[in-house]
Design a binder for this molecule. Structure first.
Ligand SMILES: [Zn+2]
Length: 305
């Protein structure tokens, strides 16, 4: 058995292996077979794929569990797991609670049919970020104030066909809110992958499409008159999103551009994206500007003076 095969056995879902061994797993716990157990004290860590008994101290991974429970040596345990491999994969159903719940698009869609912006949101978007009101309308930005009086900007994410897939709530009072209140919140099941996908419908052959890191830079890019999409992070891209990106050039006959943020993560993102998009053209922000939004605001201010 080679290293890869062993790794596959180690990665079999630990609770699936336990189930196949006849242990009854509920809420990541079961009776411990290694001591006289009356209350479930064997717990499973599904993230690490390990088990541990807090009474007798038994612990380990999938192979250890089989060795101990069936009294087999390492080789025999591996052979047993290899034989059971398909059954375990087939039978094991993760408990419902750990499965992501779907995003309730119907419930949230009406928020964005006639969005409205409160005073704080208007200040943020139009005065601080100096965004074009047409861009804000196109992006259907909405705002709300929670019971604690915190102002949130509500940023909808749509598919290219306009289906709502997720919402990002941005804390507009971040920095002056009590500790523990996050900067961003996402309603359950939100999928916030590539931002501003509806712009793909507007692409014409020969267009330039800019790729930015995050919504703020995307709004600035749009306000500067460019077509743009944003991605949250190259490492968090789903398979589907990677597919959309890699088809951009051929499907829409556009050239792809990016102003990487002037920091290490910005540079890393550019390099990761260039792995997916070999033709991605790099542009350099002028010195002193950390990201495109910054650059946009400073050039707007200069022009107005
Ligand atoms: Zn035990």
């Amino acid at each position: 058995m080679d290293k890869n095969q062993l790794q596959q056995l180690r990665e079999l879902p630990i609770e699936g292996v336990a189930g196949r061994l006849g242990l009854h797993v509920e809420r990541h716990k079961s009776l411990c077979p290694f001591h006289d157990d009356r209350h479930p004290s064997l717990s499973f860590n599904v993230a690490r794929n390990t088990f541990r008994c807090f009474v007798c101290g038994a612990s380990g991974g999938t192979i250890d569990l089989v060795m101990r429970h069936l009294g087999k040596d390492f080789k025999e345990a591996c052979r047993w797991l290899a034989d059971e491999h398909n059954i375990i994969r087939h039978e094991y159903r993760p408990p419902a609670a750990t499965q992501p719940s779907p995003f309730d698009a119907a419930r949230y869609s009406r928020l964005f049919s006639s969005p409205s912006l409160g005073k704080t949101a208007q200040l943020f978007l139009f005065e601080r970020r100096m965004l074009d009101p047409r861009v804000v309308r196109w992006c259907r930005l909405n705002s709300w104030r929670d019971r604690q009086g915190i102002n949130w900007l509500q940023i909808p994410y749509f598919n290219a066909d306009g289906t709502l897939t997720g919402i990002q709530n941005r804390n507009l009072d971040y920095g002056s809110t009590p500790e523990g209140i996050p900067r961003f919140m996402f309603p359950r099941g939100s999928r916030c992958g590539i931002y501003n996908l509806p712009v793909l419908r507007l692409l014409r052959p020969g267009d330039e499409l800019f790729i930015t890191e995050g919504c703020s830079d995307c709004w600035a890019m749009l306000s500067a008159g460019h077509k743009a999409i944003a991605i949250p992070s190259a490492t968090l891209l789903s398979h589907g999103d990677t597919g959309i990106l890699s088809q951009l050039h051929e499907r829409h006959s556009v050239s792809l551009h990016m102003y990487p943020d002037c920091d290490v993560p910005g540079e890393r993102l550019f390099l990761q994206l260039r792995g997916i998009l070999p033709r991605l053209e790099r542009h350099q922000l002028p010195p002193g500007c950390k990201d495109f939004s910054d650059y946009y605001v400073s050039s707007k201010k200069q022009n107005n003076v």
